[in-house]
Write a protein that binds this ligand. Sequence first.
Ligand SMILES: *[C@@H]1O[C@H](CO)[C@@H](O)[C@H](O)[C@H]1NC(C)=O
Ligand SMILES: *[C@@H]1O[C@H](CO)[C@@H](O)[C@H](O)[C@H]1NC(C)=O
Ligand SMILES: *[C@@H]1O[C@H](CO)[C@@H](O)[C@H](O)[C@H]1NC(C)=O
Ligand SMILES: *[C@@H]1O[C@H](CO)[C@@H](O)[C@H](O)[C@H]1NC(C)=O
Ligand SMILES: *[C@@H]1O[C@H](CO)[C@@H](O)[C@H](O)[C@H]1NC(C)=O
Ligand SMILES: *[C@@H]1O[C@H](CO)[C@@H](O)[C@H](O)[C@H]1NC(C)=O
Ligand SMILES: *[C@@H]1O[C@H](CO)[C@@H](O)[C@H](O)[C@H]1NC(C)=O
Length: 558
Amino acid sequence: MEFSRTYLLWGLQVLVLCSLGALLNINGGVEASHEVYMQLQSVSSPVNVSQVHRTGYHFQPPRNWINGPMYYSGIYHLFYQYNPKGAVWGNIVWAHSVSKDLINWKRLPNAIYPSKPFDQYGCWSGSATILPGNKPIILYTGIVDTNNTQVQNYAIPANLSDPYLQKWVKPNNNPLVVADRAINKTAFRDPTTAWLGRDGHWRISIGGRRGTMGIAYLYRSKDFMHWVKAKNPLHSRNGTGNWECPDFYPVSVSGRNGLDTSVMGSRVRHVLKVSLDVTRYEYYTLGTYSLEKDMYIPDEEMIDGWNGLRYDYGNFYASKSFFDPSKNRRILWGWANESDSTNDDVKKGWAEVKALRGKKVELNNKMLVKGEKIEIKGITAAQADVEVTFSFNSLDKAERFDPRWDRYDAQNICSQKGSTVQGGLGPFGILTLASQNLEEYTPVFFRVFKAQNKHLVLMCSDASRSSLKDGAGAYRPSFAGFVDVDLTGKKLSLRSLIDHSVVESFGAGGKTCITSRVYPTLAIYNNAHLYAFNNGTETVKIDSLSAWSMNRPDKMNQ
Ligand SMILES: *[C@@H]1O[C@H](CO)[C@@H](O)[C@H](O)[C@H]1NC(C)=O
Ligand SMILES: *[C@@H]1O[C@H](CO)[C@@H](O)[C@H](O)[C@H]1NC(C)=O
Ligand SMILES: *[C@@H]1O[C@H](CO)[C@@H](O)[C@H](O)[C@H]1NC(C)=O
Ligand SMILES: *[C@@H]1O[C@H](CO)[C@@H](O)[C@H](O)[C@H]1NC(C)=O
Ligand SMILES: *[C@@H]1O[C@H](CO)[C@@H](O)[C@H](O)[C@H]1NC(C)=O
Ligand SMILES: *[C@@H]1O[C@H](CO)[C@@H](O)[C@H](O)[C@H]1NC(C)=O
Ligand SMILES: *[C@@H]1O[C@H](CO)[C@@H](O)[C@H](O)[C@H]1NC(C)=O
């Protein structure tokens, strides 16, 4: 599967409300409620993104939060949740930008905004589907009252000949789907892209909860207008809390190409991703879509719950994917609050981002002994693309994995075993957005542990030293995940896209991805530095390192 990323829907209200303390306990976690905080809706952004930390090549709206994607007749459309009046969540509309290359974006008028009884308190997230005859249709969640009641609506382009699809209409037969009595209507949102069953009927899934059970409801329709709830949900899992932004799509077991959402067959597996309201992380499983039961069944070895696999172990929420028929790939958009990240195809080439590469520097066969760091000079370290492969002679010095550690709490292990805690095999990696004397830096590194019968590779993107600014209230976790990689070749590769306030990293060719938002005060513009380092007793070698200055795309009037 190939994918790109950017963000979608929803994360925002969750994140903001959490910081407001609007929390309620479920299963030992906390869930952000989705109340609308009227008094805060028009407060302007707490983060001054206008200058220093504004990203150069990650899509960022003028202010506020991002939403979902679509490809139509040669043009990529990005819709995003946007509060035109302020920087916390509220007054939500679907803003709209278009691009031919996923890099250069043009801002258009808002596509969908509250104007009808079925969405007068907000137009929340949803998805686009391309109907036969190349006709796009958007399904989105409308808020109909001050009690936060959620219904599912549709919108269609006013003029299919307009290449930008600037104007959208919301016909009066909305809403298409309302919650029945068995459904909690204040947790009923984020319809997926529709797929066609073998019976020729459409299906969509909608996220929700019953008590502590996360649910992806299933609805079917013959004509896309009349929807009937299936007896069984597509999938549900107790103990996970509310599910937002479900995403359900096929992946090929044989090829590298992405698949259109309705593709089925023996060479196809399915992915179900959900965004967890409670933990603010997303997890996904790989499994089987049983056509007989019309249900999704995760593979047995998959962890179906909070400890499940994540697309990204950092600041990334409410992702949504779409199929790009022009390149036969599935592109994944996600949201790194308060901005967004656009990457490309992990497996196939990063064509668009690569086009922004400018000046290049290289380094080969450079040994790094314990405590050593070397500067990568000659590029713009505040806006760069770095690819590095490290190698080492042996795994013998790997530290013991303390059996008391929680295998699924990589973030906690990274916060204890940061770059300054010297180790055996690792920590080694790079220091991004570093100031001259390392007052500030965001290290991205590996640390290899020896567990009972195997080695565990920890990958960290540690924001805890990223800024000298008062940390009170800031979100600077030691983001981390384990990398499921074969170490027999004794090599580990790392790529980081550095973009002023975004550090987006890919371990072992994208097996583990971590996005961090950081706000340095010294390590900005030409005062940002990039280093490679090793703080473990095992000497590591930089087999090869390439780093490029990244150009700023022509942002048009985004
Ligand atoms: C980003 O998200 C995190 C995690 O929910 C939150 O703690 C932080 O306050 C958010 N940052 C902003 C600027 O909203
Ligand atoms: C944002 O930063 C710019 C440049 O540093 C400054 O001119 C502007 O006043 C700042 N805005 C706010 C609201 O702090
Ligand atoms: C909101 O919910 C309360 C309590 O159930 C109910 O009394 C009230 O009529 C509801 N308001 C609206 C606008 O539906
Ligand atoms: C539809 O869009 C096309 C292409 O932009 C334009 O020529 C045409 O006038 C539009 N039609 C209407 C009814 O606006
Ligand atoms: C319905 O969902 C809302 C939002 O998640 C939650 O606050 C409420 O407790 C739920 N109600 C029931 C009966 O589970
Ligand atoms: C879900 O888990 C909760 C807490 O363990 C339990 O009380 C509830 O009965 C479970 N629900 C179902 C449908 O199994
Ligand atoms: C390596 O460890 C030493 C000793 O703790 C520390 O002073 C130094 O900052 C570390 N290097 C990095 C890059 O964190």
